[in-house]
Design a protein around this ligand. Sequence first.
Ligand code: PXP
Length: 253
Amino acid sequence: MNKTAQTSISVPLLGVNIDHVATLRQARGVNYPDPVEAALLCEQAGADGITLHLREDRRHIIDEDVYRMKPLLKTRMNLEIATTDEMLKVATDVKPEWVCLVPEKRQELTTEGGLDVAGQIEHLKLYIASLHAAGVKVSLFIDPDSKQIDAAIACKADAVELHTGQYAEATLASDKDAIAYELERIVKTTEYALSVEKTLIVNAGHGLTRDNVGPIASIPGIYELNIGHALIADSVFMGLEKAVVAMKLAMQG
Ligand code: PXP
């Protein structure tokens, strides 16, 4: 990711999260559909990057997917991991272009909240330094909160990804007040981040769909959106390549 490009691009880039192709595979314990094949199709359709989450319980993506995918990607890999020693080993071995550090709870259906960076600055400083030493850039998945931005900067993160889950829930509930409140939080946090650290990349994601992505995609300064579940769901009806194109169109408003 090149920060110079951020100021000249008005529509954010699209990172496609292909975890749920693997979810379908794991549901049967077979070897199809292949998330690597899906990632390559997404790239051909215009995805700007591929995101995948190697969870501790390997409920969708497995280690082999990460290793197989890395040399084949033409864009870049954004590997989501929890801040454990096991995951640090994988990340420093595979060397994706980006790692996104996320909180992880075994029982959750999906990543529920942002990482509490402010509550673990010393641990994260060391963790991020190890990734940097391996040539991997680091993003932190955080709630839209200026305190977490300050902490991310203190840890020397290269990027933050603002959690849009609460905004997405408000849109599903058609709760206009909550939508306005959550959007404002994301706008203000983006402005704050870019005002205090101009080199920090601000991404966003979680729960975004073709119906609710427009207002997030039009926030000035947001560099990339990571979108998975809704896009893979769209692909059931329209095919994966069309689903990527349709999401990119929706991002243009
Ligand atoms: N960003 C992060 C950090 C995530 O953990 C996830 C879910 O794995 C996403 C984006 C994508 O969210 P969704 O699947 O709801 O589009």
